[in-house]
Design a protein around this ligand. Structure first.
Ligand code: GLC
Length: 433
């Protein structure tokens, strides 16, 4: 291993390779997060051990009841593929400290206990069979390791714990071939990159996997931001919103009871539109049941989204242009994503009265095409406004009720937010003074 770079030199070196390493990720848009571990057996959220003050020895017994059926990761990967997702990230070890692989440094693992199988290996194989990129979630916090808490105030414990953390990640990144994403989480109890030795750890891990993408949760900015449970664009860097399927838990919770809280296809598409609009990704979670089967409430919505993406994917995948806030104001019934000269309107409510317009445009429109239907909308363009004439009254998307209108402009599409000719602008101006 070459010498360890200083923080500024390290940041400059990863910035230099960022575009190349991130190329596939920036086009992927949609991935599956999988939270699976002993907490899946409990079915009360993956934080149950900590929040219920469960003693380590009692929690360890869950391992006997953790019996995922063979081939479970294949089910997840098939569903991810059917949903139009391009990558997966699985919890190789969550805060509970139980490793889902044959770890030599952590005997508390799924090969010594429970299923007596390497679930990480099964996951990797399932991803490869389905042509999905592979991400490893790796908790930094550890409630099982004897130094996991003491590391905060005892420097000898911290040294042991840092070495342990590195060794776990080194195993993950040396044993399974090419891994695409290292997804750290919960850098506690230490509160700084120095405390975790992240600068050295990440450099050494990158030396093993030079193309890897690392998230921002080891107290270093690294390659991308991770808004959690909210889809909020970051204007200044790559970002990926991670979302539970139900707003309640990442780990498994009773399928029948959680179904009413869960996303439907339309809500998922709304999130995806925000990601496409802001040039980010959506990492949508499933929490498989203790036997590893996919949570039933996720199946139909994800398959519907997949069928929709198969038809309209050009508005979602690929290199999008990150859009200025002004674009939120062209329509209240559409979201917008932009690629080159085309603005895609993701239409949430079809104009069944045949009457439709969008506002704020300053660039000249060439054509307006309803994706997948062959319908070209007739339009007239006024200053700032595009009025569509004779819009078919029938909603144009049969899959999810979300039609997409591709507006192709003569150049890069431009808009102004509330042009000065309109009352809204007067109101905004008045408020500003
Ligand atoms: C949080 C939680 C954790 C979950 C993660 C996903 O940090 O601690 O349970 O795995 O977010 O982003």
């Amino acid at each position: 291993m070459a010498e360890i770079l200083s923080k500024p030199d390290y940041e400059a070196s990863i910035a230099a390779s960022l575009d190349k390493r991130m190329a596939w990720w920036r086009e992927a848009r949609f991935g599956m997060f999988v939270h699976f571990g002993l907490y899946s057996v409990l079915g009360r959220h993956e934080w149950a051990m900590a929040v219920e003050s469960c003693p380590v020895q009692e929690y360890e017994k869950l391992a006997d009841r953790f019996q995922p059926k063979p081939g479970a990761p294949k089910e997840w990967a098939k569903l991810a593929k059917a949903a139009g997702m391009k990558y997966m990230v699985m919890t190789t070890r969550h805060h509970e400290g139980f490793s889902l692989w044959d770890s030599k440094v952590n005997p508390y693992n799924s090969v010594n206990y429970g299923p007596k199988r390497d679930i990480v290996k099964e996951f990797v194989e399932a991803c490869r069979e389905n042509d999905l990129r592979i991400g490893f979630y790796s908790s930094l916090m550890d409630w099982h390791h004897p130094d996991g808490g003491a590391a905060a105030h005892d420097s000898a414990a911290r040294k042991r714990f840092n070495d342990y953390t590195y060794a776990l990640n080194e195993e993950l990144l040396t044993r399974y071939g090419k891994i695409d994403i290292l997804w750290y989480d919960a850098a506690l109890p230490m509160q700084s990159w120095e405390g975790w030795n992240s600068l050295e750890m990440n450099q050494r891990l990158r030396a093993i996997q030079p193309d890897i993408i690392i998230n921002n949760r080891s107290h270093l900015n690294e390659d991308f931001g991770t808004p959690e449970e909210n889809v909020t664009a970051d204007k200044n860097r790559d970002w990926e919103a991670c979302m539970t399927f139900n707003g309640l838990s990442w780990g498994y919770v009773d399928a029948a009871q959680v179904a009413p809280y869960s996303y439907n296809a339309q809500r998922i598409l709304r999130m995806l539109a925000t990601c496409a609009h802001g040039g980010g990704n959506l990492l949508l979670n499933i929490g498989p049941a203790p036997d590893g089967s996919v949570p039933p409430e996720a199946v139909e919505p994800l398959k519907t989204v997949g069928r929709w993406l198969a038809q309209y994917g050009e508005c979602a995948y690929g290199k999008v242009d990150r859009v200025a806030e002004d674009w939120f104001y062209v329509s209240q019934v559409c979201s917008v994503s932009i690629k080159g000269n085309t603005a895609y309107l993701w239409n949430w409510i079809w104009p069944t009265n045949g009457d439709f317009a969008v506002g704020g445009f300053t660039s000249k429109l060439k054509s307006a095409r309803v994706l997948g239907s062959g319908v070209n909308l007739r339009f007239t363009q006024e200053k700032y406004r595009i009025v569509f004439n004779d819009v078919p009254k029938e909603p144009q998307d049969k899959i999810a009720g979300v039609a997409v209108i591709a507006l192709e402009f003569e150049g890069k599409p431009e808009v102004v937010r509330f042009p000065t000719t309109l009352p809204m602008a007067i109101w905004l101006t008045a408020e500003n003074h």
